[in-house]
Design a protein around this ligand. Structure first.
Ligand SMILES: *Cc1c(COP(=O)(O)O)cnc(C)c1O
Length: 421
């Protein structure tokens, strides 16, 4: 093909992709929510909502009125009036909106890492004692692996490493092959942070229970974008971020789910005063709370719990099922656009092609992507780069349009062409 022919082909495929995106946006029942997010001047496509969700438009006002009234005027009275209960109230809300969890089993506290530690440690010292193996996978997010290694060192547990397919992630059969009467806990991510592979939460949890072990899910990349039924599927424990698809802002605290049957039985290791049966008894000895509050340790970060409430309002209105439908539409379109304009340049799809086993993001690979990402950020096109050569297109459904998605993929193509020269 001549250069002219190449650019004509590219041009027409750009137009047809953008036309398709416009049509999908016009038919999108959730498009009304795009305006609910604060504007970001100079940003042409924000494709990182899976790492740091955008602020809802009224967050600045929520923060200001908190400082003025709840804190500024009500002062310490606000602890009694609302803040003491906030970790449990927000937890119940996340449970209802995003997790399929009945009240009293979810709490907001600490970071994801600290909550994973608490629950892993509790699982390895709990009724499963005598069981000495912790099953995790080599591709899981570093903090999950590092914590497991620390907990194993503390408790004498042995880690059984799964090495799943890097694109399709952990399968039921992978787990079935390693669990036994020695397994205490299996800890996996629901959606793989790199490939976006969506694990069969129900099937894997059932296999783990058949072996008599406990199951913990890391929901960082699925809470708020992939529907789930923690109660109905028998999940024992789960932890997730609130700053990704729950738009809580940088460093907003995580949530933990602990099935009611385990409460008052499992003991978490950071037994601060907020986890005591009577917080204000100030007594000589520690008696743990018998309910979900036992997962707390110290004073909760109230200020950091404000922004996520705005997103939970939106999610509750939109419903996670509808969000999932739009998520599939966005990720399908990203895959299609990538096939059309990036695959000819040697870009590989590093996510499952089948939407049914894919979460909310799509990852693509090319050796030049580190440099390409820098070019894109400078131009206001913001995906993220994941070692060794992946670009993640994180498409947070309530704040991302189909046109934005195609714009992002076309920008990747342009940047890649300029790097290849
Ligand atoms: C983002 C993420 C974390 C982050 O943990 P923090 O303690 O909030 O830093 C943990 N696990 C997974 C799978 C993640 O995607």
């Amino acid at each position: 093909m001549t250069t002219d022919a190449v650019s004509r082909t590219a041009g027409s495929s750009d137009d047809s992709l953008l036309d398709l995106a416009r049509a999908l946006d016009a038919a999108d029942p959730l498009a009304v929510h795009l305006d609910a997010f604060a504007e970001a001047p100079g940003v042409g496509a924000y494709l990182d909502g899976n790492s740091l969700g955008r602020p809802v438009r009224d967050v600045p006002e929520r923060l200001a009125s908190f400082a003025r009234e709840d804190w500024g005027t009500r002062l310490i009275r606000s602890w009694d009036e609302q803040w003491m209960a906030l970790p449990m109230e927000l937890g119940d809300r996340i449970g209802r909106v995003a997790l399929g969890a009945a009240p009293g089993q979810t709490v907001v506290a600490d970071s994801t890492s600290v909550l994973i530690y608490k629950l892993m440690r509790a699982a390895l010292a709990g009724p499963a004692t005598g069981r000495t193996e912790l099953v995790i996978e080599t591709g899981n997010f570093p903090t999950d692996r590092f914590l497991a290694e620390g907990v194993a060192a503390e408790t004498g547990a042995t880690i059984r490493w799964l090495e799943p397919d890097p694109v399709h992630g952990v399968q039921v059969a992978d787990v079935a092959a390693v669990v036994s009467e020695r397994t205490a806990l299996v800890s996996l991510s629901h959606v793989d942070y790199r490939s976006g592979a969506l694990a069969d939460m129900r099937g894997i949890t059932a296999i783990v229970h058949d072996a008599g072990a406990l199951m913990m899910w890391d929901l960082c990349h699925s809470a708020g974008v992939v529907p789930m039924q923690l109660d109905a599927w028998g999940v024992d424990m789960a932890v997730g971020c609130t700053y990704k698809y729950l738009n809580g802002g940088p460093g907003s605290p995580a949530f933990a789910y602990l099935r009611s049957a385990h409460q008052g039985v499992l003991r978490q290791p950071i037994q601060g005063w907020w986890s005591a049966a009577d917080i204000f008894a100030m007594g000589p000895e520690y008696v743990p709370a018998g309910d979900i509050r036992q997962l707390l340790s110290g004073t909760p970060p109230v200020t950091s719990m404000l922004a996520m409430q705005a997103m939970l309002d939106l999610l509750e209105e939109a419903t996670v099922d509808a969000v999932r439908d739009k998520s599939l539409s966005l990720t399908d379109l990203a895959v299609r656009a990538s096939d059309e304009v990036l695959a000819p340049l040697g870009v590989r799809l590093l996510s499952p092609r089948d939407g049914a086993v894919r979460g909310g993001h799509v990852t693509i690979g090319h050796p030049d992507f580190r440099a390409v990402t820098q070019t894109l950020w400078a131009a206001g096109i913001i995906p993220d780069f994941r070692f060794p050569d992946g670009i993640r297109l994180g498409l947070s459904p309530l704040s991302t349009s189909h046109v934005e998605t195609v714009t992002g993929v076309l920008a990747v193509r342009d940047a890649l062409e300029s790097h290849v020269g």
